[in-house]
Design a protein around this ligand. Sequence first.
Ligand code: F1P
Length: 351
Amino acid sequence: YEQPRVIKATMEGRVTKTRVLEQALGTEAENLLDNVRHVQIIACGTSYHAGMVARYWIEELAGVPCSVEVASEFRYRKHVIQQDTLFLCISQSGETADTLAALRQAKKAGFRAALGICNVPGSSLVRESDLVIMTQAGPEIGVASTKAFTTQLTALLIFTLALARHNGLPEEKETEIVEAIHRLPGQVSDVLALDGEIAEMSKAFMDKNHSLFLGRGSQFPVALEGALKLKEISYIHAEAYPAGELKHGPLALVDSEMPVVTVAPNNDLVEKLKSNLEEVRARGGELFVFADKLAGVKPEEGIHVMQLPSVHPITAPIVYTVPLQLLSYHVAVLKGTDVDQPRNLAKSVTV
Ligand code: F1P
C-alpha cells in the first residue's frame, strides 16, 4: 500500500515534469554513459525479474544490447566482458552474496562502469559501485519483495531514459515516457482500490495445488514475479511462461484444476495473447485476466476479467505487477500462511 508514495519518492529529484534531470545518476554519469555498447544486468530473485523488465526497455529505448543473468550462475561460469559494458547490479539489500561476488569478479575482468540499483544506503553494493540510484522504498518488513520491485523498476526506467538520451532518443519520446512515469502513483492507487475484488478472486485459488502465469513481452517478467509471489507466500506451485511457449509444453498441464493468470495491458502483443488464452480455454483451464479495457478481453464462462487502468505500454509492467501481489497476498491470508515470514526464506541471502 505504500507503493504510490515510494514510487513518487524514487522519482523525486530525478525527473522534471517532462525530462530526466542531467544529475539523475550523479555528476559522473555524463562521462560514464557515453559510448556504452552493452549492458550486463546481474541480480537475484525479484531483483532479477526487475532486470528482465529493464532489458526490454534498454533495447527498445536506448538501442543498446542488454543481457540479464542471475548472479548465482554468472559468478560460476566463464564469461566475456567487453570494456564498454555497463555492469548493472540490482539488489534491494545491497548485501546479497551472489550479486556482490558477481560484481567483484566482473571488476577483475574490466568494464566501463558499475551501476548499482539499491535500497539500503551504505550497503556493500552502494560502496562498491561507480554510480548508484537509490530506490526510496524504505525498509521492507516482509521477506517477499513488493515495493522494492516497483521502485527498482521506476529507477531502472529513469536510468534507461538517461542512457537513451546519450544514444539519441528524441526529446518528444522522453517527454512522453516521463509524463507516463508521473501518472504511476495515481495508477497504482487505482489498482490498490481493486483490493476487495481481488480478495474475492483469490478464493478460487484456495483449493488449488498448481497455477500457471502467462505474459508476453515485458509482461513475461511480470508473470514470473507474480508466480514467485504466489509460491513464496501461499506455497502454491506456480510457474510462469511466455504465453507463446504454451504450445511447446505447458499446455499439457492445463485442465480445470490449473488456474491460469494473465496480465493483458493494451499493447501490440495483445491479439497474440488473446489467441493463447483461447488455447487455454479450449483445454478447460480457468482464466484470471488483468486487462486494459481497450485490450478487448471479454469475460465469459471460465474467463474472469478484472479491468485495470489504461497505461502507457512502457510503464505497464509497474502497474500490472500490483494486482498480482495483491492476489498472492489474499490467497496466503485465506490459507493462513505467514505472509511476512514465509517458511525457509530469509530477507537477505548473505552467504
Ligand atoms: C534478492 C532476493 C529478494 C527476495 C528475498 C531473497 O535480494 O531474492 O528478491 O525477496 O528476500 O533475496 P536483494 O539482492 O534484492 O536484496
